[in-house]
Ligand binder design. Structure first.
Ligand code: 2M8
Length: 448
């Protein structure tokens, strides 16, 4: 089974390479996406490390002067009509040596330091010459990764609590998650926008899987508001209808600082700064995003100060952090094992994106129920960080089995395991390679 899966994963990645970057999916997502590039690099490291570094570099070559790494880098060779909202809708001005309309102005979870460190670790295991070459790549990336972190922990700390806020659900990567429903209910939905602009996703994907028109109108309205304010972050609290602190986004932000501890040591920078920052963000997550009453992590609406009532897979992601208090790590494991998520021990499947027992659990609509490989990969990493080796191994096997049986789909039906969304999806293929190679323990895991 593993030889077949390895071959098919490598061939998906071959097929999705577009001159200097990887597309998540040829039809549905024909540009470069930020956090996809990170997950993809982790897998490419096994089959084509040159492309893994190239993909990360292509993304960071589009970094804005303020440090933000755009959530989509547009491929000038892809037609405007092949993705909506495309370059003209975002209308990003030229910056640095980049032409106008080259990217979006939003961000995605900063997975890239983790990816860079994993690609480096893989290269370094091949001897001194490979380690040296990979070290040169890290030297180029390091200041850019630091600038990305500083943007997110600085300008994006709109709540002043030491956490990064997202200004749009798309920034979470968990786009349509019920985690945003409460905050989104306060965002005006101008359905007229959908007369003016045609949704491209509905032409290439099943409407039952995609966000509703009301949600889509809100998504567009939020982009327009941010765009018309020049993508400026100052004063957002007074002029933007959606500001949320997400436990998954912030857990990745802190885990990135932990990866930077290692990267800094390789490039001759000070690792301690990153250690301290990781602790500070972990503390802020632990203090502000944990609901004592239900023993779960939730997203916080910065505008109202309230925690979301929805229990989503994002609430399991703080397990990535080794400094999380023990009782909170145990609470995450209890939540993951409960019928709400049902670790593979009970279902045979990886965990779904939303609470299986919630009335709004939707087996098809993306991020509102289906299983995604990237968040399960992160959950397994968290299990290894905290020494839950048996559970981590069960989850690894469940992911490998699922992709082997159903294919490299974008996501999977949480009851039958059938593949849904885009086929030949890059991060599913890339992370399958990593799961097959089973390099297990992240460098910063707690000693057993
Ligand atoms: C999905 O998001 C895009 C918008 O960015 C979309 O729906 O068009 C999400 O699953 C996101 O996490 C992912 O990065 C992107 C590309 O795979 O698709």
């Amino acid at each position: 089974m593993s030889a077949d899966l390895w071959k098919s994963a490598a061939s998906v990645l071959d097929g999705n390479w577009a001159h200097d970057h990887m597309v998540p999916s040829r039809r549905l997502y024909p540009h470069q996406w930020s956090w996809d590039a990170a997950f993809i690099a982790i897998g490419l490291a096994y089959v084509n490390p040159t492309r893994a570094w190239r993909d990360l570099r292509s993304l960071f070559e589009a970094q804005w002067p303020d440090g933000r790494v755009p959530h989509i880098v547009f491929d000038p060779l892809t037609a405007e009509g092949d993705y909506f909202p495309g370059p003209a809708f975002w209308d990003v001005p030229a910056y640095g040596n980049r032409p106008a309309r080259g990217s979006t102005g939003l961000v995605q979870p900063p997975m890239h330091a983790i990816a860079a460190w994993e690609v480096y670790r893989r290269a370094a295991s091949h001897g001194a010459r490979c380690a040296h070459e990979a070290g040169e790549q890290l030297k180029w990336l390091y200041p850019r990764l630091v600038a990305q972190q500083e943007y997110l922990t600085g300008r994006r700390d709109t709540g002043g609590r030491g956490l990064a806020s997202i200004v749009h659900p798309w920034e979470s990567g968990l786009d349509n998650s019920p985690s945003w429903d409460a905050a989104m209910s306060g965002v005006p939905a101008d359905l007229g926008l959908l007369d003016r602009y045609r949704r491209r996703d509905l032409q290439v994907a099943d409407a039952a899987h995609r966000p509703t028109d009301v949600d889509y109108a809100r998504y567009l309205g939020l982009v327009i508001n941010y765009r018309d304010g020049g993508y400026e972050d100052a004063g957002l609290a007074h002029r933007h209808a959606f500001l949320v602190e997400c436990p998954s986004f912030n857990a990745i932000l802190a885990a990135a600082e932990l990866a930077l501890v290692h990267i800094a040591a390789v490039v001759g920078a000070d690792p301690m700064i990153h250690r301290r920052r990781a602790r500070r963000i972990t503390e802020a997550i632990s203090t502000h995003l944990y609901d004592e009453r239900t023993a779960t992590f939730r997203s916080r609406d910065v505008r109202t100060g309230t925690l979301s009532p929805a229990r989503c897979v994002s609430g399991l992601m703080p397990l990535l952090l080794p400094d999380l208090p023990r009782e909170q790590a145990e609470a995450i494991m209890a939540e993951a094992a409960s019928p709400r998520f049902g670790l593979p021990g009970t279902t045979g499947l990886p965990v779904p994106s939303y609470d299986r027992t919630a009335p709004g659990f939707d087996t098809l609509r993306y991020w509102r129920g289906p299983i995604w490989i990237n968040v399960n990969w992160l959950l397994r990493r968290g299990m290894l960080v905290h020494g839950y080796r048996g559970e981590a191994e069960d989850l690894r096997e469940a992911m490998v089995r699922l992709v082997h049986d159903s294919g490299h789909y974008e996501y999977f039906h949480p009851e039958t395991g059938a593949g849904i969304g885009a086929p030949m999806f890059s991060w599913t293929a890339a992370l399958s390679l990593d799961l097959l190679a089973d390099r297990s323990v992240p460098a910063y895991a707690k000693a057993a």
